[in-house]
Ligand binder design. Structure first.
Ligand code: 2AM
Length: 419
């Protein structure tokens, strides 16, 4: 079993002879269920190479007995000395008594923060992570330390099967306890959104480019002349646009399952297969409007497979816009503006061009030709598109009621059918 993993890592040209933190005696490890280890971050050469040179927090989630620790060992075997495993079990966390495991949870978070601040390439949290609070907290730790979080569940056939899990777990949990945990897993399956997440070095590069764009546009006479075209005051551009966290290109907004088609999207084979894989995004333009600052992304055919069919129609029903024309990275928003606006602003430009209004060419900046589209909308087409590697992942954040400090709605009794 372990030699098969090592073989994979070596095949990817990434194996090292350094001792692994995860070296386990093959005889101690249970057999691997067929297909349960087929993850891009274990099997795809370019993804493995990218993760090795980047900063990734693997948030494993799953029930006791579902194959989580085996998955953790497989990650360890692939990334060897670049990887640290933090186990909830070893810190005394009891999945069935999460509320009473505060000490252990605190210790895990401390260990994650320490590993991340030491710059370890791969940090793995091996715990059930079946509650929203844990997913959001670990996502927050990743963001604070400039790591990309990957939420991964074992792909064993029995990962949510109460009967089998009850037999397999060594924790002595009864069926009722396992069932409660399975329900919690199901309820927290869908993230806030899926998307491609840029690694920290690329984020910095893009932010610098955006600042260059703002300085160049802000200092133009033409810009000052047009400030009156919109109702917003567009001076001091760097301060005007507020940062909206980790840079990413959203593919599907799920709103934890409340958005239309979220479940169907998450269950698509291509989404499952691509989760945790590297993609090379091509950024072709930067734009600013009175509301948002963004980068246009030009998706390849393969990337379009992950693009929801109705992403453009959902925003502009009346027009037939090319698939992927909403793809972008939000770089900043004016005060009080939601990041969803960036894609809508981009679509307005695309629509305007489609209707034959190509805007007014203002001048050539160092970044490329600058066009004014009216109503405070400016776009520079990059003469050298920015190729940026990114990881296809998902995002969990604090829920709205936690952000607003409001009492959460009384928890509805979800009917949960368990296989
Ligand atoms: P963005 O991708 O344009 O930046 C959380 O708000 C993330 O999901 C943001 O990145 C945001 O926009 C995106 N988002 C929010 N609401 C959305 C919606 N209704 N449709 C699509 N994306 C949305």
């Amino acid at each position: 079993v372990f030699s098969a993993w090592s073989e994979k890592a070596h095949k990817a040209g990434q194996g090292t002879s350094a001792p692994s933190l995860f070296v386990a005696e093959p005889s101690e490890s249970p057999a691997v269920a067929p297909g349960s280890m087929s993850f891009a971050f274990l099997e795809q050469e370019d993804t493995v190479a990218f993760i090795r040179s980047s900063q990734t927090l693997f948030v494993l989630r799953g029930l006791p007995g579902s194959g989580k620790s085996q998955l953790a060992r497989a990650i360890g075997d692939t990334y060897k000395d670049l990887c640290t495993l933090i186990s909830g079990d070893e810190h005394g966390i009891k999945p069935e008594k999460y509320a009473a495991s505060a000490e252990g949870i605190k210790a895990v978070d401390g260990a994650v923060a320490d590993c991340c601040s030491s710059g370890k390439a791969v940090v793995v949290v091996d715990d059930t992570n079946h509650t929203h609070g844990r997913l959001a907290r670990l996502g927050e730790l990743a963001e604070e330390n400039q790591y990309v979080a990957l939420y991964v569940e074992p792909r064993t056939e029995w990962s949510r099967n109460v009967e089998q899990l009850t037999k397999k777990t060594h924790r002595g949990l009864n069926k009722g306890q396992i069932q409660a945990l399975v329900c919690s897993m199901v309820e927290t399956s869908l993230p806030f959104y899926f998307g491609w997440f840029l690694c920290p070095t690329q984020q910095e590069k893009l932010r610098n480019m955006a600042n260059e764009f703002l300085s160049a546009v802000g200092s133009l006479e033409a810009f000052k002349e047009h400030v009156g075209d919109c109702k917003y005051e567009l001076m001091n551009l760097q301060q005007y646009f507020q940062d909206k966290g980790v840079l990413h290109c959203t593919t599907k907004f799920c709103d934890y399952g409340k958005a239309n088609g979220a479940k169907e999207y998450a269950e698509k084979q291509v989404v499952r297969e691509s989760y945790g894989s590297k993609a090379d995004l091509v950024l072709t333009a930067l734009f600013l409007t009175p509301r948002t600052l963004g980068a246009q992304v030009s998706l390849t055919e393969a990337q379009l497979q992950l693009w929801p069919e109705d992403a453009e129609k959902e925003a502009v029903q009346s027009a037939d816009l090319p698939r992927g024309s909403r793809a972008h990275v939000t770089l900043g928003c004016a005060e009080g503006v939601d990041p969803v606006q960036t894609g809508l602003d981009l679509l307005e430009v695309v629509l305007q061009c489609q209707q034959g209004d190509k805007g007014e060419h203002v001048q050539d900046l160092e970044l490329g030709p600058l066009t004014y589209y009216g109503k405070g909308v400016w776009m520079v087409k990059l003469s050298e598109p920015l190729n940026t590697p990114a990881i296809f992942s998902s995002f969990y954040g604090p829920k709205e009621e936690e952000l607003s400090g409001k009492e959460p709605e009384k928890k509805k009794k979800h009917k949960c059918t368990v296989m």
